[in-house]
Design a protein around this ligand. Sequence first.
Ligand code: GLC
Length: 450
Amino acid sequence: MSAELWNSAARVLEINWQDDHMVPSRRLYPHQWSWDAAFIAVGLAYVNPARAWRDLRSLFEAQWPDGRVPHIVFDPATAEADYFPGPAFWSVPPYANRPSHGSTGIVQPPLHAVAAWEVYRRASAHGAACVQQAYGELEWLYPRLVAQQDYLTTRRDLGEGGLAALVHPWESGLDNSPAWDAALAGVPADLSLLTTFRRRDLDVADAAHRPTDRDYARYVGLVLSYRAEQYSDTALLRRHAFAVECPSFNAILGAAELALAQIAAVLGRAAEADAHRERAQRITGAIVKRLWNPETRTFHVRDLHTGTLSPARCVSGLLPLMLPDLPAAQVDGVLAEARSPRFGLPDETGLPVPSYDRTAPDFDTRRYWRGPVWINVNWLLRRGLLTHGRLDEAKDLRAAMVRLVHRNGHFEYFHPKNGEGLGAPTFSWTAALALDLLADRSVPAYAKAG
Ligand code: GLC
């Protein structure tokens, strides 16, 4: 089984490569996406490390002067009409990025330091020249990764509590999650925007899987609001209707600091490595302080406008488990949540965890991020289980993911009751992470500090 799955995964990464970057899928997502590039690099590290580095470089070449890494870098070869919202809609300031390539003005989870470290770690399997290239790529990327973290931890600390705030649901990567419902209720839904700007996702995907028109109108309105001041973050909380702190985004922010500590050490920057570890500890502390609900004993999204935690119990609430310094009470709470019928951490024959609480009345088996199973968040959860020494559960979750993808294909997401493949059928991060799971060497290389 594993050779067949390995070959099919490698094939997906072959067909989705476009000049100097990987597309998530040819039809639905014909540009480069930020956090996709991180997951993809983890898989390319086994079959084509040069492309892993090329893909990360293409993304970081579009980094803005303020450090933000855009959530999409647009391929100039793809016509505006083939994707909405495309470069004309985002209309980013011309200084902002690779002049030949447009980009969006929002971000996605900063998983790239983790990815860069993973690609570097595997370079020795490909020989000395590959190690040398990897070292050079780390040198190039390191200051850019630091600038990305600085942007998120300073300009985006809208709540002034030590976490990065998201100003659009798309920044989370969990675009349509119920985690945003409470905060989105305060955002006007101007349906006329969908006449001015026509959705294209419904031309290529089933409407039952996609966000509703009301939510889509809010998404468009939020971009227009941020765009109006050329994506400036100054006094953004006052000007902008949506500002939240997300547990998974911030867990990845913390994990990135730990990966940067590893990278800094390799580059001979010991003092910086210590500073990164301290930053990771501070982020972990802020997540516990601001996003933990002692009653539900799991993590929730904080709405900065109301100062309240969202009641929704989403897979994002489990991902702070990635942080090695998470205190025991929180580790126990999150593990209990993951094992409960809400998420049902599988035995090896079960299905990986869904994106949303299975017992919630609005659990939706097909609408994306509102129920279906995604390989990328399960892969992150598995890292969390490994980080906290839950080796048996990590082993079962790995087996469940491999089995699902082997049986049903490299789909974008999967039906949470019968495993049917949904969304794009040849999806890059599913294939990339299948390679990593087959190789099974993704034990996080950092230990608990102190
Ligand atoms: C969807 C997902 C997002 C991903 C993008 C490209 O918008 O919600 O996480 O980055 O597709 O694959």
